[in-house]
Design a protein around this ligand. Sequence first.
Ligand SMILES: Cc1cc2nc3c(=O)[nH]c(=O)nc-3n(C[C@H](O)[C@H](O)[C@H](O)COP(=O)(O)OP(=O)(O)OC[C@H]3O[C@@H](n4cnc5c(N)ncnc54)[C@H](O)[C@@H]3O)c2cc1C
Length: 470
Amino acid sequence: MSAISNAFEKMLLKSAQAVSFFNYPSSFEKLEIDDNHSVWASYTPDYQPGPPLKENITADLAIIGGGFTGTSTAYHFSRRYPEKRVVLLEAKSLANGASGRNGGMMLNWIYGTPTNVSDDIVQKIYKTTSDAMDMIEGIIEEHNLEVDYRRDGSLHVLTKHKNAEEAHAEVEQLNKLGIPLQYLDRASLRGEIELDGVIGATLDPTAGEINGAQLVRGLRPVLVEQGVEIYEQTPVTKIIEGREIELTTPHGTVRAKAIVLATNGYTGKLGYFRKALFPLHSHVFATAPLSVDEQKSIGWHTTSGYSDDVNRISYSSLTPDGRIVFGGGSNQSYAYLYNNRTAFPGTPDGARRGFEQMRQTMSDYNPRTTHLPVTHRWTGTLGISLRRNCSMGVRGEYRNIYYSIGYNGHGVTLANLSGKILTDIYSGDDEYWRDLPLYETEFTPIPMEPFRWIGYQTFTHVFGRSPRVE
Ligand SMILES: Cc1cc2nc3c(=O)[nH]c(=O)nc-3n(C[C@H](O)[C@H](O)[C@H](O)COP(=O)(O)OP(=O)(O)OC[C@H]3O[C@@H](n4cnc5c(N)ncnc54)[C@H](O)[C@@H]3O)c2cc1C
């Protein structure tokens, strides 16, 4: 049976490659690049993953996954409950997942929020996420972490007149609720960044940019100081539920009173939320550093970054030393692999056409970037849900399986907040969060394989976007 299923997987992967080969030209400039390592991780050059778990231990709380969700939960929980034994198990190294591989944009939860919520909730969502960014800043400052971040705003650029008109009207509406978004017409936008084919933009002045790898890895000594035991290179391979939950890893077990699924796009592989999320591979690259004069000469003036209004969203940010980070921007730059796979085969070479297409998209926005050398390119796993909702809560017969997943590419702020929310849910002190459309929200089920893979490929190739339901 498994031989048949393996053969089927191979056939599907081949046909996926054939589809992308058919659609895109094969010319590609072979670059000297740092293969599949994110540029953000390159700013933590001395980081070495800690040792794995090699014994059988017990814990009050075992956190699976060492990204924003895992480290944020370890941080808030161990501060609230210093007497409890907290263990964090990470399959590879802290920030191995999306938290160390993203576009770097630290955003409010404005785009993709449910449309059917009241004005009060819209206000509360904005306050929640901008407070969360303040909290992230506060943690960096309190612990003197070496983390590059900026909070001078982020742009959402608009490429169609209709979208621009709607965005302008929405900004006016949000301003009436006290939300300080601004609409920039093309002329004002050019003071921030010069992009072709763009009609205007919204500017969220409280958003910004952050190096997630530095944040997550920088928190390691802080967590250890707070008593958290961190085991890296320790994949959890089996979970047996019960009043006490048993976690199996290659060289040891953990018996825990409660666990946290802090595995976002990887969660389906643990057997949870398999119908809830698509693990979607988003591709990103980074250029060599540009001096301030070079940045100006290509028209990148003051903004920390932008995303666009196209279905296969492009996102771009600028590192403190002047590298342009660019992600998304084509069908090929978002890939779903058969059966919840979370590593792109042959990455990044297997993703070659995705990267080609992305460079083209960046050049279309700004022809002056066409010949910039690329030094890094990588992929990362997003957790995408059909309704683009995330969900934070607790489940299981014994109500001891905590989870926070499904950030849909907007997790930099939300996943860093999740540890506070999960700690509040654990303590029963969670009234404040209950009316937010992230509190134990239901996921719309996604069909199982092979219908999921076939459906995804068909839909994206016909409509040029990811499946979504409202
Ligand atoms: C390419 C890309 C660009 C993005 N850009 C942005 C952006 O600009 N702005 C934004 O807000 N959001 C962005 N996101 C989304 C954001 O990065 C994520 O929502 C967020 O990092 C999720 O954090 P997490 O800790 O929940 O998951 P992850 O960071 O994915 O961490 C999960 C961890 O679990 C580990 N793990 C998995 N399985 C196991 C196991 N069995 N045992 C132990 N450990 C395990 C993994 O190794 C990983 O380290 C982007 C994501 C990607 C991939």
